[in-house]
Design a binder for this molecule. Structure first.
Ligand SMILES: Nc1ncnc2c1ncn2[C@@H]1O[C@H](COP(=O)(O)OP(=O)(O)O)[C@@H](O)[C@H]1O
Ligand SMILES: [Mg+2]
Length: 350
């Protein structure tokens, strides 16, 4: 596998700047997920790395070699698209063997056979090798599409929302498998999605994209706990973080200059001593957890409780934010780091 580096890469389509000055390195064997809404520039970024688009500015390096001007075929990257792009009239076997039979590969029949069987085993689709692509379920088709990328043994995998057309259960299964395969192969993967759960579960590092720019890149945990601004805070976590006026709840240790306070629903405590008065406005049972919507003064706050909520709509209760869990933002929406002693305490868990 290989390392890929984007240096100040920019790409516009007419007046639309799809990607603006992107700096990003995906390390050898690393799984990086770019997270962003539709139109953030995710697909364009992958197409630039693959060589399907030419960058207006900047350079793209694969293992230190400048590939910016090289055609796709010279880059040895594999692209898995959002929609399975299989040849419907071919068998699974032939779909997977296809890239190995391309001119220039010079592989023997036995070599091709071995590669296809090894990959099918890895993806657990060996039993389906003789099926036609049209005889597969959506999840199986996407596995074959991933398999077709794997057999080529590319240096880098580019994956464009490969699970987004699958139903929730399949998405979950394939997510787990993709992570396992990546670990087994030590694969370098640049994966893009708008799904925060995929980003959180798959990524070694998440890059949060907004309008073609990388707002923050870090481990899932660091991004969740110390988002750079409100935009990033809202992109991770389900149910979404509460963004409250700083004066809404009396919170100890809020730094000067805080205009907004971010509080994850799991950090909102109810029925607590010294909390503010609140009224229950709605209750949603999510299974193992319950989401409670509360009215506090002029604001609304979501609280996520483990188990069933001992409340009914209209009940009065008290509310506060778990100590040290509040995230402060200034008037521009940028995070204000806690004063040093609080940061140290948080790091040591005291
Ligand atoms: N071939 C193209 N021609 C014109 N505009 C494009 C083209 N490809 C992408 N764009 C524009 O660039 C922006 C980023 O698109 P894209 O990379 O597809 O975003 P994402 O994959 O995050 O949804 C969007 O505004 C989109 O409309
Ligand atoms: Mg896209």
């Amino acid at each position: 596998m290989a390392e890929v580096a984007l240096q100040d890469v920019g790409k516009s389509f007419g007046a639309t700047r799809a990607v603006g000055g992107l700096d990003l390195t995906v390390g050898d064997g690393e799984f990086v997920v770019l997270l962003g809404p539709t139109g953030a520039g995710k697909t364009t970024t992958l197409r630039l790395v693959a060589g399907l688009e030419r960058a207006d500015t900047g350079r793209i390096l694969i293992d230190g070699t400048d590939v910016t001007a090289l055609p796709p075929a010279a880059r040895n990257v594999a692209f898995v698209f959002q929609q399975y792009s299989l040849y419907p009239h071919y068998s699974v076997y032939d779909n997977m063997a296809f890239p190995l039979r391309a001119p220039g590969q010079n592989l023997s029949k036995d070599d091709i056979d071995r590669h296809v069987h090894e990959t099918a085993k890895l993806l657990r689709i060996e039993a389906k090798l003789q099926n036609r692509a049209t005889q597969l379920s959506g999840g199986e088709m996407q596995r074959v599409a991933i398999g077709r990328a794997l057999v080529r043994q590319p240096t880098i995998f580019l994956m464009d929302e490969p699970l987004s057309s699958l139903d929730a259960k399949l998405r979950e299964d394939l997510r787990v498998e993709l992570k396992r395969i990546q670990r087994d192969l030590g694969a370098t993967i640049l994966y893009v999605t708008h799904d925060q759960l995929e980003a959180m579960t798959l990524a070694d590092r998440i890059g949060v994209l907004s309008q073609g720019e990388l707002v923050q890149i870090d481990t899932p945990r660091a991004i969740y706990e110390t988002p750079r601004n409100i935009y990033v805070a809202r992109r991770l976590g389900s149910p979404q973080i509460n963004i409250l006026d700083a004066g809404l709840l009396a919170i100890a240790g809020v730094p000067a200059g805080a205009a907004k306070i971010g509080a994850r629903p799991e950090d909102v405590l109810l029925r607590c001593d010294g909390g503010a008065a609140a009224t229950v406005r709605a209750i949603e049972h999510l299974g193992v957890e319950t989401l409670v919507l509360l009215e506090v003064g002029e604001g609304l706050v979501h609280a996520l409780l483990g188990g069933a909520a001992p409340f009914a709509v209209g009940d009065r209760t008290t509310i506060k934010i778990r100590e040290r869990a509040a995230i402060a933002f200034d008037a521009q929406g940028d995070r204000i780091p806690p004063p040093p002693d609080r940061a140290r305490e948080a790091a040591y868990g005291t």
